[in-house]
Design a protein around this ligand. Structure first.
Ligand SMILES: [Zn+2]
Ligand SMILES: [Zn+2]
Length: 143
């Protein structure tokens, strides 16, 4: 499967369409993600917001990350499904939680991050690049 990708929250109040392929796909084991993902890592694709269509209300909740940046999680206020993540260092792109997408089964995970905060029982694919914390930001890409 490839772009466009389609998705929704559990109750269907929020739907989304994404025109482009992800810039990266990562699993994040930071503590904030574990709380958002019911104890597991979040599974995230960073997508360009250009060509991304979202309908329905999103509630954004922010926290201060170790970097000092305010990172925001976006979710459906009706059913609570986690949908998005925003980081001010990522202009023109935002994270989409892969669970929201109906056709992302073929994406390849590029990295597992924040392994230093993962529980002892966490499993990571040994073939996937691992980072104990936040990797350096992606180099700016031409529009
Ligand atoms: Zn919903
Ligand atoms: Zn995280």
């Amino acid at each position: 499967m490839s772009a466009p990708y389609h998705g929704s929250c559990n109750c269907g109040a929020v739907t989304l369409t994404i025109a482009s392929e992800p810039l990266w796909v990562r699993q994040c084991w930071c503590r904030q993600c574990q709380k958002a993902a019911a104890g597991n890592a979040t599974c995230n694709g960073l997508f360009r917001t250009e060509g991304m269509t979202v309908s329905g209300a999103i509630t954004w909740c922010g926290y201060t990350a170790e970097s000092g940046n305010t990172v925001k999680h976006g979710f459906c206020p009706t059913c609570g499904t986690q949908l998005f993540g925003r980081n001010p260092t990522r202009q023109g792109a935002q994270v989409v939680r892969l669970g929201a997408l109906d056709d992302a089964q073929d994406l390849t995970v590029d990295a597992t991050i924040w392994t230093s905060e993962a529980p002892d029982w966490a499993y990571y694919d040994p073939k996937v690049e691992q980072w104990s914390a936040q990797p350096p930001g992606p180099a700016p890409k031409p529009a």
